[in-house]
Design a protein around this ligand. Structure first.
Ligand code: AMP
Length: 228
């Protein structure tokens, strides 16, 4: 079963492709950003703390994100047999701690998908999303800051996971269906896709037609852009 980390700068398509992969595999989609936004919406003390970081486009402290995510990942792996981790880890300390935690519990990641697109494309996609969804951190200055944070804090994880031999780099500057076909072929070649039971709604023999019904934060279809 897939235990996947989706690693990408903001706007490269990790939400979209995580949701799609979840439909293809049955593994739970766990979005670090969604969990944090839910905490902010609850208006709890923790949510207020979280908002001081997320509103500026800064990462929340490693300890805080780990304490929120760890129980969710354990429950997801127990309930669905895998996970699609969208937006975690994002720093080297998070990655090292996740690796240790995964090894102790037999939940180590077996694939890391690194999605890329040119910087101006990322900015345009996020500004589009701002017009649609009004996410408070999708403003030009904060977007630029989030991209800089990705470059300094998260980009080093690419070489770390490449060195472990579990990284697939995919450009999302092309139609979604092509990205998904490449992703599926790679996961299948590594024996990570679950067998498709007869009559199952899992449809990984036809990735091109397998667009999720939930449009989430991004438009779908054959558009080469707008994958965030
Ligand atoms: P995202 O929805 O993935 O774009 O994340 C939105 C925001 O949540 C980020 O800009 C960070 O402020 C925070 N965040 C998400 N994931 C993490 C993480 N793994 N570590 C620290 N902060 C995070």
């Amino acid at each position: 079963m897939v235990r996947v980390i989706m690693l990408s700068p903001p706007g490269a398509g990790k939400g979209t492709h995580s949701r799609w992969l979840t439909l293809q595999t049955g593994a739970a989609h766990i979005s670090a950003g969604d969990l944090l936004r839910a905490e902010v919406e609850r208006g709890s003390e923790l949510g207020r703390q979280v908002a001081t970081y997320t509103s500026r486009g800064d990462l929340v402290p490693d300890e805080l994100i780990f304490s929120i995510l760890a129980p969710v990942v354990v429950a997801a792996a127990r309930d669905t047999g895998g996970y699609v981790l969208d937006g975690f880890p994002r720093t080297m300390p998070q990655a090292l701690r996740a690796a240790q935690f995964g090894a102790e519990l037999g939940l180590s990641s077996n694939a890391v998908i690194y999605l890329t697109a040119p910087e101006e494309e990322l900015v345009n996609r996020l500004l589009d999303r701002a017009r649609r969804d009004g996410r408070p951190d999708d403003q030009l200055g904060i977007i630029r800051h989030r991209l800089a944070v990705f470059a300094s804090e998260t980009a080093p994880l690419v070489d770390y996971y490449r060195g472990r031999g579990i990284l697939l780099e995919l450009s999302t500057n092309r139609p979604e269906a092509e990205v998904q076909a490449d992703l599926l072929n790679w996961l299948e070649a590594r024996g990570l896709m679950p067998p498709v039971p007869r009559g199952s709604s899992l449809n990984h023999s036809n990735p091109v037609g397998a667009t999720p019904p939930d449009t989430g934060d991004l438009p779908r279809g054959d558009q080469p852009v707008n994958q965030a």
